[in-house]
Design a protein around this ligand. Structure first.
Ligand code: AMP
Ligand code: GLY
Length: 425
């Protein structure tokens, strides 16, 4: 069968690499893809949110299954578009519909769902312009720091954390006045949770679910978690403290009530569910939901999944993931992102990348890369994710570090401390 993956990051290179190796895969297409996905299938110069172009590509290339990578097409309703399209009646799509994708697309929606279903999370108050005074009063009732979140998608930048009450009040007013455009016309104010963050991933067909490995990503640009936020500088899986007891609590108190709570509201959620958690003294509390896999978490989580990913995606669409055997590599995976100097601020693209052919003991997933006349070049802030496995975080990190030295491009930068904080716990 022919498959179409939507997206262009390291996550989509993992999907493409795994799906291309499935005996069920005939032709693989990636829209728009990168230089890594081009080695697994055919890249199509189509944006993941250009639904008309996706419809045309499905017809032209006789696509049987679409696998969305990033949240934008899901939140914009790609699943509803495909499933209601008479011309695409043979096309399956492995993701949540627009109603389900609100888990990521609206913080207010997800907080209300959690409250209704007694899912552990921070106390909150949703504020619009008309009830700003209620927002000020809620802020006064909290201890600092104060967490303010734009309700809608804000390219990962919509969360502000302030230690000063007056500054938090000013931020609230600025957000409601359009600081993040329409995304902050509603603002969720939250109690601050103290603990260690981690993420848990689930695949569900709406009736059954599979618990995928846990992961922790490293969002700051600098070592020791200093400096600006990025899309993610590296990740590890599994998280050492997320033992069976902790994961069982996540499954019973969060995963099952989330899927069931959505169903009670008439929403059958299919696809990946990414749950950002705070471990508060051994108790999991939800920080956020995402309606897709994470990047760079996919480069460690799905890297460890040995089962046929295409079979899993098909079962997600058909409602029988309970019949698929989930086979996980027991080793620890560490991924380290090589990024362009200057990222996450200004950086230069188009530098030649050398040394990729010398890497034998890590898997190199491409993100911001292109191939011009047979030469790999940088084409984004996050360039390559080097994933290694080993018996410990340290062993896997040592292999990724060795290979991070071998791969060369001008102004290359990477963190050397991915996962090391967890060894001190
Ligand atoms: P979010 O986009 O909701 O994941 O928030 C971005 C980041 O802000 C999270 O990864 C956390 O580090 C932090 N954060 C969000 N909500 C809270 C909270 N209630 N308490 C503490 N930190 C938070
Ligand atoms: N690494 C965080 C995300 O994919 O949202």
């Amino acid at each position: 069968m022919n498959i179409l993956i939507l997206g262009s990051g390291g996550r989509e290179h993992v999907f493409a690499d795994k799906i291309s190796k499935s005996p069920l895969c005939d032709k693989l297409f990636i829209a728009p893809g990168n230089a890594g996905t081009a080695e697994c299938g055919t890249n199509l110069a189509i944006s993941p949110v250009d639904f008309t172009a996706i419809e045309n590509a499905c017809i032209e290339h006789q696509i049987h299954l679409i696998v969305p990578g990033n949240e934008d097409p899901l939140v914009a309703g790609i699943v509803d578009f495909i499933e209601s399209n008479e011309k695409l009646s043979n096309v399956l799509i492995a993701g949540p519909n627009k109603a389900g994708a609100q888990l990521e697309g609206s913080k207010d929606f997800s907080k209300a769902l959690m409250q209704k279903n007694n899912i552990p999370t921070a106390a909150y108050c949703t504020v619009e312009k008309h009830n700003i005074d209620e927002g000020y009063a809620f802020l006064e009732s909290l201890k600092p720091p104060y967490v303010l979140k734009a309700d809608g998608l804000a390219a990962g930048k919509g969360v502000l954390i302030e230690t000063d009450l007056q500054a938090a009040k000013n931020n609230l007013a600025e957000m409601l006045n359009g600081k993040f455009g329409a995304a902050s016309s509603k603002v969720v104010i939250e109690e601050f949770l103290h603990g260690i963050e981690l993420s848990v991933f689930v695949l569900t067909d709406g009736k059954h679910h599979l618990m995928l490995p846990s992961a922790k990503d490293y969002k700051r640009i600098g070592e020791g978690d200093q400096g600006l936020n990025t899309g993610g500088m590296g990740a590890i899986s599994p998280v050492p403290f997320a033992d069976k007891l902790f994961i069982d609590k996540v499954e019973q108190r969060i995963v099952i009530p989330t899927i069931q709570g959505l169903k009670n509201d008439g929403i059958t959620y299919k696809g990946f569910l990414f749950i950002g958690l705070m471990n508060v003294d051994g108790e999991p509390k939800v920080i956020e939901y995402n309606c897709r896999m994470g990047d760079p978490e996919t480069e460690v989580v799905l890297h460890r999944v040995k089962s046929d990913l295409l079979e899993l995606m098909l079962a997600t669409c058909k409602g029988n993931i309970n019949e698929v055997n989930l086979d996980i590599d027991e080793q620890t995976a560490v991924t380290v992102f090589l990024v362009s100097g200057g990222y996450p601020e200004d950086f230069v693209k188009g530098y030649e990348i050398n040394g990729l052919e010398q890497i034998t003991d890590s898997k190199v997933y491409h993100a911001g890369t292109k191939n011009e006349d047979g030469i790999f070049q940088t084409n984004g802030g996050r360039v390559l994710a080097i994933t290694s496995t080993g018996n410990s975080i340290q062993e896997a990190l040592t292999t990724s570090m060795k290979n991070a030295e071998i791969i060369q491009f001008t102004d290359k930068y990477y963190r050397k401390d991915i996962g090391l904080d967890l060894l001190k716990l």
